[in-house]
Design a binder for this molecule. Structure first.
Ligand code: HSE
Length: 409
């Protein structure tokens, strides 16, 4: 018998309980154990819930109950969630989580505690929602030397961009709808400013390259400065603008993780991913490239990954199978993004195409419907970003937008 506790009864917590009881028989069969949820921890009261008898407000009820072997932490944040996870792992109880902030900020430490106590810290639901990506990277792609990972890692921003572009919905309305559908973070700033995608690329980078990558080491830009004019230029260039989280190896043996909106060419599959869906490309020396695609947020898609980890944790009880990586004391293995060689799109007013061509020889000029006569848009040829910055300052004019083109080599 495996008894489970669920910490937090919000969108993902209630989805986890719902999915567990919907498929309980199948889940128990797959784990080879009779499984049941014994506790649900939440500070709120749910007197009308069919699970009312399982609620507790006291984490110690769970911690001190020897029957509980698996805990699903779906509270979010790094306050109580961190404290409870550490205590549970320290007592040999496996913890599964959807909490990307917890994994991105404390993953190395928690994985170490799990290994020391013969239990597991699993976090399939932390990245890509329903998409299996953590386990495939840890297991199925283990034979590869990974050179890069790139993806659309935030469902809310992809949903907002899709609604704005295809349905001319305002940014605020699209965000409100994403919140209503349970996609957005408690504080949606984390979505629109790229912090959520940043936490996820930190997790994937740590997994791919074996050293903890902390969010504060990653250059991160969100989608708040994007305009529909930029979107139109991107389409005429032959692509779409997407919020991309990526990490790649650099020639000097470092890695470069980054989150930013990017022009993504139509022949890259990531350009075709819309709504709340996420897509993640992994590049390895044996597989060349593989792509993972699915719903990146939402109640049941995220619960799907949580329940899968619960099954694995129950199956592997008494052993530690957790993916692992080393902690890192400094960021000397992270490359400076200003040294990256990349083509960059520019939209500027008060500068002619001829003037732009002088400063950026070889630029590809773009046009759009109703383009004002004093507006020039182009993609500058690939160069180090710090050199691009100098040239852009030399160009002058009023810069209305600049967005990197996605290139991973
Ligand atoms: N706010 C996140 C997103 C939830 O929109 O992708 C899933 O991690």
């Amino acid at each position: 018998m495996s008894k489970i506790a669920v910490l937090g009864y919000g969108v993902v917590g209630s989805g986890t309980v719902e999915l567990f009881y919907k498929n309980k028989e199948k889940i128990s069969k797959k784990s080879g154990k009779d499984m049941d949820i014994k506790y649900i921890l939440d500070i709120r009261d749910f007197p009308d819930s069919p699970y009312a008898d399982k609620f507790t407000k006291n984490f110690d009820d769970i911690l001190n109950d020897g029957e509980v072997t698996v805990i699903a932490e779906v509270m979010g944040g790094v306050g109580d969630a961190y404290d409870y996870t550490k205590k549970a792992l320290g007592k040999g109880k496996s913890v599964v989580t959807s909490n990307k902030e917890l994994v991105a900020k404390k993953g190395a430490e928690l994985l170490k505690i799990a290994a020391e106590h013969n239990c597991n810290f699993l976090f399939e639901a932390s990245t890509g929602g329903a998409i299996p990506i953590i386990r495939p990277m840890h297991q199925c792609l283990a034979g590869n030397d990974i050179s890069a990972v790139a993806g659309i890692l935030n469902g809310t921003t992809n949903f907002i961009l899709t609604k704005m572009i295809n349905e001319s919905m305002s940014f605020d309305d699209a965000l409100a709808l994403a919140q209503k559908l349970g996609y957005a973070e408690h504080d949606p700033t984390a979505d629109v400013e790229g912090h959520d995608a940043c936490r996820k690329i930190c997790i994937l980078a740590s997994l791919a390259f074996g050293k903890h990558v902390y969010p504060e080491w990653v250059h991160c830009e969100g989608i708040t400065k994007l305009t529909l004019q930029d979107v139109e230029y991107a389409r005429n260039w032959g692509g779409e603008i997407k919020l991309i989280g990526s990490v790649k190896k650099t020639e000097d043996g470092k890695i470069l993780p980054m989150v930013r909106p990017a022009f993504v060419c139509n022949n890259n599959q990531l350009s075709h991913i819309s709504d709340v869906f996420n897509g993640i490309m992994v590049y390895g020396d044996a597989v060349d490239e593989v792509m993972f695609y699915g719903r990146g947020a939402g109640k049941l898609p995220t619960a799907s990954a949580i329940v899968a980890d619960i099954v694995d944790a129950a199956k592997m009880s008494g052993t530690s199978i957790s993916q692992t990586w080393e902690d890192s004391s400094d960021n000397s293995f992270i490359a400076d993004y200003k040294d990256d060689i990349v083509p960059i799109y520019v939209r500027v007013s008060g500068i002619s195409a001829a003037q732009a061509e002088k400063v950026f020889p070889g630029a590809e000029f773009l046009s759009r419907k109703d383009q004002p006569s004093d507006e020039t848009a182009f993609v500058a040829p690939a160069m180090k970003e710090r050199d691009f910055d100098k040239k852009l300052a030399e160009l002058g004019g009023n810069v209305l937008g600049n967005i990197r083109v996605l290139e991973l080599d």
